[in-house]
Design a protein around this ligand. Structure first.
Ligand SMILES: [Zn+2]
Length: 368
């Protein structure tokens, strides 16, 4: 759960950022930042739940300038040496990461990084080892539900799923419920259920074409294909794995979770001809990742693995409590102001949340 009151966002964070308090109070590092891509120019944000994880190009530029000025952005390989305990990192070091490897990662984000001489660790799914681009299944599902006329009902007998009638206000909860339940199945079975959902919602078979044909929608929604992934790597970026097909691992049976984790490393290494050492858990919060999944990532031969919660300075300096397979990250969202971004990076936000709400979301996963 994220809390941001208007007073924090508009008064407290900007004052602490301006005064230098956030920078000077930053605990031991490093801090790790998660992006999910950059809106292509001309893209109209459709829905906060669907688009809220990407950022505008201008926001990214301002955030990177702030990091360059006040902190030190490290290369992914330097970070790996730190994680392997072979090298220490200077104070206030920040690692940039980006999940999902959408096409906009290459077309919008990489040029902004390159202009500033920065490198980033991109977590790609197994789909980016394919010859043809595809869409993230849970985004496809959300788009289909947005297109459905309400109220709608769905019945997937083989999956034991029967929902509805669903009205507009229930759509988001219905979507997440379906994401949880369809995460039990491998990507082929899941594909069959998505086709059934499409036909029950009376959406045309070729509806995905508009996302392929329109360059702005393609950049926003399509994943990189193998040629794009290789260009990303050739552009000085590092590539990590993000599972084969982006299920909620916590909902997948163990044999499926194992395949999703270990095979993603294998297919990406084969596609790139280089070692893939990092794993980013799909969704990556305490509700979607279990202690079992941390163990599977280690058994699959990854050297470290990344959550998508609990990050900022101080989070990686807990001595014996550091778990290289549950590295916390700061999840950057479209609505985050620059001062709010710095409050997250500095660790101020995390400790404030802990003081106000108690507990630490990440500890629950590590201890599970
Ligand atoms: Zn993801």
């Amino acid at each position: 759960m994220r809390f941001v009151s208007p007073a924090l966002k508009h008064i407290v964070f900007p004052a602490l950022s301006r005064s230098g308090y956030l920078r000077y109070s930053a605990g031991a590092g490093p801090a790790i930042v998660t992006y999910h891509g950059v809106f292509p120019a001309g893209y109209e944000v459709r829905n906060p739940a669907l688009d809220g994880n990407l950022v505008y190009a201008d926001s990214l530029r301002r955030q990177l300038e702030l990091l360059k000025k006040r902190y030190r952005v490290v290369a992914p390989e330097e970070f790996l040496r730190w994680s392997d305990e072979k090298q220490s990192l200077p104070p206030r070091s920040v690692l940039l990461t980006c999940d999902d490897a959408l096409r906009n990662a290459l077309t919008e984000m990489v040029p902004i990084l390159q202009e500033r001489g920065l490198s980033c660790l991109f977590f790609a799914t197994g789909a980016s080892a394919d010859e043809t681009p595809s869409m993230l299944w849970y985004e496809e599902l959300y788009l289909m539900l947005l297109d459905a006329s309400e109220p709608f009902t769905l019945s997937l007998l083989e999956a034991g799923i029967s929902v509805g009638p669903i009205t507009a206000s229930e759509r988001h909860a219905c979507w997440w419920n379906l994401v949880e339940r369809l995460s039990q199945f491998d990507k082929e079975l899941r594909r069959g259920f998505l086709n059934q959902i499409r036909s029950q919602l009376r959406i045309a078979e070729n509806w995905r074409e508009r996302f392929v044909q329109n360059p702005i929608l393609a950049s926003r929604f399509l994943t990189l294909d193998v040629a794009g992934l290789r260009r990303l790597a050739a552009g000085g970026m590092s590539v990590g794995a993000h599972s084969l097909s982006h299920p909620i691992l916590a909902r997948a049976p163990e044999d499926l979770a194992w395949r999703e984790i270990s095979e993603s490393r294998r297919v990406l290494e084969k596609a790139l001809g280089r070692t893939v050492w990092g794993f980013g858990y799909p969704f990556g919060n305490a509700a979607t990742v279990t202690g079992r999944d941390l163990r599977l990532a280690e058994q699959a031969g990854f050297r470290c693995a990344f959550m998508n919660t609990g990050g900022g300075f101080g989070a990686n300096s807990l001595g014996a409590k550091i778990n290289r397979f549950a590295l916390p990250r700061v999840h950057v969202t479209a609505d985050m102001s620059l001062a709010e971004f710095e409050a997250h990076i500095s660790g101020f936000y995390r400790s404030l949340r802990k003081r106000l709400l108690g507990g630490d979301e990440l500890e629950a996963v590590v201890e599970a």
